[in-house]
Design a protein around this ligand. Structure first.
Ligand code: PLP
Length: 223
């Protein structure tokens, strides 16, 4: 097996205590998840609803699963009963559906709003203005089964470190803006989920609180 344990410890050694590691296990087999679990890792991220459901059923119940992919509204009902955090909320429509399904499941589901800052047109997420609009609209305040815990974003897939840094900084500044305007009295709004295998070191210097690292722990994905 790939040296999951060694890699996990190498990544953890570079993270300050205040930063949480979400180990991204998508496309990797259950025994890889268990290898990390046996070393104490409890937070894992998946991006496909069926794969997530299969793993959640088979693996220990104290794993906190984060959904990190683009989530279709018709899939929310399958994960609402157990998901720990939905990281990539990119529309009011999706937020409404999470509220509905979380209410049915009798839970409060933690979510992050996903920002689209990267240059790639292919990436999902809310533009800063869309996000401002969603928060200004205020419907989210009535949602008793959804707790908005912060922001998530992916930087451009490029070697240009200045570009990546500037995108992380834009996200960090935007976090301060919305924290002050909408969440000053809500301590649960505190997460800044940015940084992946190739850029999480850079993300740390732009105040990331949560890094989503897959390849650097589990190796290349076989699709
Ligand atoms: C796959 C994925 C990751 C992890 O990417 P690595 O480069 O393997 O670390 C992080 N975030 C999101 C949203 C992803 O889809």
């Amino acid at each position: 097996m790939y040296d999951v344990k060694g890699n996990l410890h190498r990544v953890l050694a570079t993270l300050p205590d205040s930063v949480r590691l979400v180990a991204i296990s998508k496309f990797h087999p259950e025994e890889y998840v268990m290898a990390a679990y046996d070393e104490g890792q409890r937070v894992f991220g998946e991006s496909h609803e069926q794969e997530l459901k299969r793993k959640a059923e088979a693996l220990p119940k104290d794993i906190e699963w984060h959904f990190i992919g683009h989530l279709q509204t018709n899939k929310v009902k399958y994960i609402a009963p157990f998901i720990s955090m939905i990281e990539a909320v990119d529309s009011l429509k999706l937020l409404r559906e999470i509220e509905k399904q979380a209410a049915k499941a009798g839970r409060v589901v933690d979510v992050l709003l996903e920002l689209h800052i990267a240059e790639e047109a292919t990436k999902y997420g809310l533009t800063l203005d869309d996000c401002r609009q969603l928060l200004a609209d205020g419907e989210w305040r009535q949602m008793e089964h959804v707790r908005i815990c912060g922001l998530m974003m992916m930087a451009s897939n490029t070697d240009d470190e200045a570009q990546i840094s500037s995108e992380f900084q834009t996200a960090a500044d935007f976090f301060d803006e919305v924290k002050a305007r909408y969440f000053a009295d809500r301590p649960s709004f505190k997460e800044r989920s940015w940084g992946m295998s190739n850029d999480y070191q850079l993300a740390l210097s732009h105040r990331s609180t949560m890094v989503r690292v897959g390849t650097a722990i589990f190796g290349p994905r076989v699709y």
